[in-house]
Ligand binder design. Structure first.
Ligand code: ATP
Length: 324
């Protein structure tokens, strides 16, 4: 392998820049050429490439977002689009790809690898932590810190006014952000898609916490929660059924996806970039780099896109005990 292309695809997450930097510098370290590809698979099809050297990634380890931009591409989902992409990579002399993104991006990489026998390695970048084959995705830890900081602030108002707050956090179909940040911020209840608490139990729990002398409450709700009501309907439901409560809603939104990456995410990104490039140089392909028990591991892309990341049952129990 003489030239490696690096790109970011799908939703952005903090730590992507640190991963780009790591890929570029590991290439430089091993005397392999590196090109940055702009706007994910769109940029592959457009041949939107830029030669990168160790100096071209200075001052980005601490920046959120992605300097290579990210995109979602319809055309890459078609065989014609992927043929064009392959031709552009060949013309530019790129003979392997590092794709930083989520499971959709890995699906694209997997298909591309199967069609053209083109070496592809994935680095999981998403705040949702919803990828099989790694205990942490890039951006998850930063998002947790952001959410905890926001909930700490909301709690000031909640306790000053004896209010109940429903705080909706991101996470798509999984509750990793809600569960971890909820425990970290001392939430009274955490509603996640993996566990259906049920409306009755929610009411009981809120009444119990009021009786136990709590003057304010924070309920963290994962955006994908399946309790059957969105966060605003939940507010109405609780106000209708528990009239002693003054309820407010806060939807944290996109602030969870931005900001400078935490030290954990910067270190993880640096490790993943090294592992991705060195794995390619060792002849590995169609795998995703991940973290497991503190070590870098590789998982076949096929498994990474099919498998489901599991919620940590021990954390569920901890959150239950903490809310007594
Ligand atoms: P996020 O977690 O933020 O959603 P993602 O990587 O899962 O990130 P997607 O939009 O699902 O984001 O996928 C990114 C891109 O990968 C798509 O826009 C598309 O170009 C490509 N892609 C996804 N699935 C396929 C597929 N089955 N075949 C070819 N390309 C695909």
């Amino acid at each position: 392998i003489k030239k490696i292309g690096v790109m970011t695809s799908g939703g952005d997450s903090p730590g992507m820049n640190a991963a780009i930097r790591s890929v570029v510098r590991t290439c430089a370290y091993h005397n392999v050429k590196c090109v940055g590809i702009y706007r994910g698979y769109e940029g592959v099809m457009d041949g939107d490439f830029k030669d990168m050297d160790a100096r071209s990634v200075k001052d980005i380890v601490n920046k959120g977002g992605t300097i290579l931009k990210s995109a979602r591409s319809k055309d890459f989902r078609t065989p014609e689009g992927r043929k064009i992409a392959h031709q552009k990579l060949k013309n530019a002399g790129v003979d392997a790809l590092v794709v930083i993104g989520g499971d959709g991006s890995f699906n694209g990489g997997l298909i591309f690898n199967q069609e053209f026998d083109f070496p592809v390695i994935g680095i999981p970048g998403t705040i949702d932590n919803d990828i099989f084959g790694t205990s942490h995705t890039l951006g998850f830890d930063t998002a947790l810190n952001t959410v905890v900081e926001c909930i700490d602030k909301i709690r000031d108002t909640a306790s000053s006014h004896n209010r109940l707050f429903f705080v909706e956090v991101m996470g798509r179909d999984v509750g990793h952000i809600a569960l971890n940040a909820g425990i970290g911020a001392g939430a009274e209840e955490i509603l996640i898609p993996e566990e259906n608490l049920g409306l009755e139990r929610l009411l009981e729990s809120l009444q119990r916490s009021k009786r136990s002398g709590k003057s304010s409450s924070i309920v963290v709700v994962a955006e994908g929660d399946k309790i059957g009501k969105n966060v605003f309907e939940l507010k109405d439901y609780v106000e209708t059924n528990l009239d002693e409560y003054d309820v407010r809603v806060s939807v944290l939104g996109h602030m969870q996806r931005g900001g400078p990456p935490s030290c954990f995410d910067r270190v993880l990104a640096s490790r993943m970039g090294v592992k991705a490039v060195e794995s390619l140089l060792e002849g590995k392909s169609s795998v995703m780099v991940g973290l497991s028990d503190g070590k870098m591991i590789l998982t076949p892309l096929e498994q990474a896109v099919k498998g489901k990341s599991q919620i940590n049952r021990e954390l569920l129990r901890v959150s239950e005990i903490m809310s007594t």
